[in-house]
Unconditional design. Structure first.
Lengths: 644, 130
């Protein structure tokens, strides 16, 4: 220690007296450089995270290069001195500096520097490793949390489905109940059952919607409708309740035009907002619903607002109300009921519509919920309306026969009852297998298949039926698919299996009648868009699902059919004739991507088969597959031309 | 945001281009060579691309090679790590091996066709570009 101290003293003395020899300066510079280079080397090799450090160093160097020469000298001096300090240059003096040995000292010194810097780097590296470990742990924790959240939403979704199925038959039977011979009291009881059942199913639907939104499964439809008419229909549902509470509900609007959008979801938002307003507005209050529309080009811009004179929301609670399962005050659930999901769902739906649900409120002064959205103008200006009697008239007495497959006995009976009301003779089956057996024996005008059935489900049954018809070279029988599941992908699977249209559960007589009528009166094999489905209209899907404008979609589609498709098919045909598998693979790959991009899924799937058989070098398979691709492409083109 | 969309298929690149047009400026390249040229020209001019959507199977120079070339060009200019262009591979789901390979070549993400607005926004948000 004493030795070390003496060495430092000597060093400081030398520094103070400016007693420098050229050899010492040379040494100091080499030490500095060695340190710098080693540091750089270690930093870059340790981890990419350090690249940002290097980048900073590079910035410093580039600044250094731009400064004037005297300043450069100054900076160099500072840096070298600093480096010298760090690298315990004193060690030179510990071993005793001698002008006679610079040649020996230099490598020795460099080794020491490198060792020091190496350990310095190692400690950084270790620290880094700890950080990495922590990061991994955080990731794991995040994944676990996400899995748990997903499990929760899966559970909710499954539960809701379980509850929805029996609820559907309750609702259906209430609808079917003959009310003519009931006493007034009985009628009253029935209406209580009915309204409670509707309340219950709306809560279940809320939970289902919420889980769907959580899993990014909620997709907006795009069908023509009149927003003003939709909102006034929604408000009609509240008329009675408002009257009971002595609240006036007023709807102000400036005759909005027909637009393409999602009437169901818009209605849901309004229902929720008005429902809340009613809930939280005391007797004698008022609710104003405002729909302000403005047309610009082929778009219509809406400002929508629901205002009440209710209890209001404190400013600090206003953010919270849009979060799931939150009400501004937990006691509210006890006092007013509800799942606490309504506003979350509203806000998410408005987000999907590219708007933002906002609130302005003060306690005791009422609340104002408002949002702005836009929708493209629709081509039509009137929607056809049919009454129930008109619909029944569509089905002449005992002219049509139907086959119905549904596993839940209550639901099956209900469907049979409905068909009876429509004067259609029907046979029932409890699963897809039984339905298929009946189908082979009998002759039916229409087949109605539930999606979820034991033994053989609806999709499989549809596939079997189509296969059987093909073998027998028979005309395809229209198939109406039913399902409580409302995911678009499942609808698609059903349609792909051969169903012609899709009816969502709970099945209402009117919807069922309309669907059966439209499949019976369309050319065989044609797919009918269900009442509120995105359907098979490519343009609508491109605007709704991809999110591009209708004009761009139109341009892309016409370009695809007019140019890309013929070109790619030409390339494939050409490559097939040259038996060039690599070119076939490439052509199939391109068409696969393009077709998938505009939802021509069957064509895309066929291209995938072609691509893989070309890759696997299977010549005969490739040729057969190419043929199928041509056919599918022509089908798609023909379908497209028919539509436009 | 300045973006470059590289795809040899008109349909795919038009959809992406339209989706990006509301978020910023976007250029188009129809093959690998064009992509590298566009990238180095932008780099030269001092206004490089923030994000590049790169199809994997391209005629001539394929997506993987383009990715490597771009990283080389950046390296030569001393751009590395977090400062480089964000590269998003566009692909079909079953090309997963290709995506893995692209990640080792330092792409930042991937986008599975069919490309939609939501997917595009999500990845751009994840990469903190928008």
């Amino acid at each position: 220690m004493v030795f070390f101290k003496r060495a430092i003293d000597t060093y400081i003395e030398n520094r103070l007296t400016g007693n420098y020899s050229p050899a010492l300066s040379y040494l100091r510079i080499s030490v500095g450089c060695a340190l710098f280079i080693t540091l750089l080397f270690i930093q870059t090799s340790v981890d990419p995270v350090y690249r940002s450090f290097i980048a900073q160093l590079q910035v410093l160097i580039s600044i250094y290069l731009t400064v004037s020469i005297p300043l450069k000298g100054f900076i160099t001096a500072i840096v070298i001195n600093a480096v010298e300090m760090i690298v315990v240059a004193d060690i030179v003096f510990v071993i005793g500096y001698s002008e006679a040995f610079p040649g020996i000292i230099l490598p020795f010194f460099t080794i020491i520097t490198i060792t020091v810097v190496y350990y310095f780097g190692r400690s950084l590296f270790d620290k880094n490793r700890i950080l990495f470990k922590q990061r991994d742990e955080l990731f794991r924790a995040k994944n676990e949390a996400e899995t748990a959240a997903r499990a929760k939403s899966d559970f909710l979704s499954a539960m809701s489905h379980e509850i929805r199925t029996p609820m559907n038959s309750i609702l259906g039977y209430i609808e079917m109940m003959p009310t003519d011979n009931l006493t007034k009291e009985q009628k009253n009881h029935l209406s209580v059952i009915s309204s409670n059942a509707h309340d219950l199913i709306s809560i279940i639907n809320d939970i289902l919607d919420f889980t769907k939104i959580e899993r990014d499964k909620l997709v907006l439809e795009s069908v023509p409708f009149n927003p003003a008419r939709k909102i006034s229909l929604v408000l009609k549902l509240f008329e009675l309740k408002a009257k009971e509470k002595g609240i006036t509900v007023t709807f102000h609007h400036n005759n909005a035009p027909f637009c393409n959008g999602d009437p169901l979801r818009l209605g849901q938002v309004i229902t929720n907002l008005v429902g809340n307003a009613l809930k939280f507005t005391p007797e004698g209050g008022s609710i104003d619903v405002i729909l302000d529309s403005k047309v610009e080009g082929d778009m219509c811009f809406f400002n929508i607002e629901v205002r009440d004179t209710g209890i209001g929301i404190a400013p600090e609670k206003q953010k919270m109300i849009f979060e799931a399962f939150m009400q501004s005050d937990p006691t509210i659930i006890e006092k007013y009921g509800g799942t606490g999901l309504g506003l979350t769902i509203c806000s998410q739906i408005v987000n999907l519509m590219e708007g933002k649900l906002l609130v302005e409120s003060a306690p005791g002064k009422g609340s104002r919920f408002y949002f702005s959205i836009k929708m493209p103008l629709a081509a039509i200006s009137e929607e056809p309306q049919k009454t129930m009697d008109d619909l029944i008239e569509l089905f002449p007495e005992k002219k049509y026969t139907a086959l119905v497959a549904e596993d839940a006995p209550d639901s099956l009976n209900l469907l049979l009852l409905m068909l009876e009301k429509l004067r259609i003779t029907a046979d029932g089956a409890v699963n897809g297998k039984e339905a298929f057996d009946l189908f082979r024996k009998g002759r039916y005008d229409v087949v109605i298949l539930d999606g979820n059935m034991p033994v053989m489900n609806g999709t499989e049954a549809a596939r079997e039926i189509r296969k059987y018809e093909k073998e027998k070279k028979a005309q395809p029988t229209p198939i109406v698919a039913l399902s409580a599941k409302v995911l678009i992908s499942e609808k698609e699977e059903f349609l792909k299996a051969g169903a012609n249209t899709f009816v969502e559960k709970p099945v209402f007589l009117k919807t069922l009648a309309q669907s059966i009528h439209s499949v019976l009166n369309s050319p065989a094999g044609e797919i009918i868009p269900s009442g509120a489905s995105v359907g098979n209209d490519i343009l609508s899907r491109m605007t709704a699902e991809i999110g591009i404008s209708r004009e761009t979609a139109r341009m892309i589609i016409s370009e695809f059919f007019g140019k890309s498709l013929p070109e790619y098919l030409g390339n494939i045909r050409d490559a097939v004739s040259r038996k060039n598998l690599a070119d076939i693979e490439r052509g199939a790959h391109r068409l696969k991507g393009a077709a998938a991009s505009i939802f021509l899924n069957t064509l895309s799937d066929e291209c995938r088969v072609l691509e893989s058989s070309a890759r696997n070098g299977n010549n005969s398979e490739t040729e057969a597959s190419a043929e199928r691709v041509y056919r599918k492409a022509l089908d798609a083109q023909a379908q497209f031309e028919q539509k436009v | 945001m300045k973006a470059l969309v590289v795809d040899d298929d008109f349909t795919c690149r038009s959809i992406l281009n339209d989706l990006i047009s509301t978020l910023g400026k976007s250029d188009i390249a129809v093959n690998g060579n064009e992509a590298v040229d566009a990238f180095s020209a932008a780099l030269e001019s001092g206004d490089p691309y923030d994000v590049i959507f790169l199809d994997i199977m391209l005629p001539g120079m394929n997506g993987q090679e383009v990715l490597r070339k771009i990283r080389e060009l950046e390296k030569a200019r001393g751009i590395g790590g977090l400062d480089g262009a964000k590269i998003i591979m566009t692909t079909m789901l079953e090309d997963f091996d290709n995506i893995k390979k692209a990640f080792t070549e330092q792409c930042e993400g991937y986008l599975v066709k069919p490309v939609t607005r939501d997917k595009t926004r999500k990845i751009l948000k994840d990469l903190e570009i928008i």
